[in-house]
Write a protein that binds this ligand. Structure first.
Ligand code: 6PG
Length: 251
């Protein structure tokens, strides 16, 4: 385990250990808040093991589902039952079996107009602000207890791609992304960095040799979107052995 700014990198053996460690973070963050808990999920393939684990009996019985609310950090303009729909994947993998429907908060890309991703973004911004009870974020009262994240080969995270002006957005909580940098090349909606940062913990899950190159760049401090995504409190990168750069000395 190593410390860099407010970022900790924790190495685990493999994807199975990664999912188990991530599930413990979910349980710990949920236990730490005795009121209404807000968790922001992520898409992509990395969190799938975790989602499957949360639906198993031992985890299912340990989570206070009635008081946990589930959001999503970004969404793609694909039908809700498309395997590439981020919240659709989370619903199919665990939420629909475990969470009360009113606690699931999808980004409305399935019904919004793909030609107007900002329209879908505005709807979700309103939903987040109404859940939070204010239109501006208070650093003493984070929006989320936990934000899950992943990193793409180009360094993107959520749907914040390198060079996109969305990275510098400070006014909007949620924005439309007309062009993705990576497949699927469909318009998207993404939460912005200050909103993702408004959490007690941001947790990245990174596994596999395919991720080693981008992780090397991230840990070298390169200015890629994933490096700009930090919680105002604690940021943790859970990384499996296959993804750890060869010369990783603990940063
Ligand atoms: C998305 C994701 C995205 C993802 C990374 C990593 O909608 O595409 O939210 O940011 O986390 O692309 O994806 P993998 O887990 O599939 O490698």
């Amino acid at each position: 385990m190593a410390v860099n700014d407010n970022r900790r990198v924790i190495e685990v053996a493999d994807p199975t250990a990664l999912a188990a460690a991530a599930a413990e973070h979910v349980l710990a963050r949920t236990a730490a808040n005795r009121g209404r808990v807000a968790i922001c999920l992520t898409g992509g393939s990395s969190p799938k093991h975790l989602y499957q684990l949360l639906a198993t009996e031992s985890y299912r019985n340990r989570l206070p589902w009635h008081r946990v609310h589930w959001f999503i950090g970004d969404e793609r303009f694909v039908p809700a039952d498309d395997p590439l729909h981020n919240m659709g994947m989370a619903r199919a993998t665990f939420l629909d079996r475990c969470a009360p429907p009113e606690n699931i908060h999808p980004i409305p890309t399935a019904t919004a107009d793909p030609a107007d991703p900002d329209g879908g973004a505005a709807l979700y911004q309103r939903e987040l602000q109404s859940f939070y009870g204010a239109d501006t974020l208070d650093s003493a009262r984070p929006l989320f207890d936990l934000v899950l994240m992943g990193v793409g080969p180009d360094g993107h995270t959520a749907s914040l791609f390198p060079g996109d002006p969305a990275l510098d957005e400070t006014a909007h909580w949620v924005v439309g992304v007309p062009r993705a940098n990576i497949a699927p090349f469909v318009p998207r909606v993404t939460l912005t960095l200050p909103v993702l940062a408004s959490c007690r913990e941001m947790l990245f899950e990174v596994a596999g040799t395919d991720k080693r190159a981008i992780l090397t760049r991230v840990l070298a401090g390169e200015n890629v979107p994933a490096n700009r995504a930090r919680s105002t409190s604690e940021t943790v990168w859970l990384v499996d052995r296959a993804a750890i750069p060869e010369n990783f000395g603990g940063r």
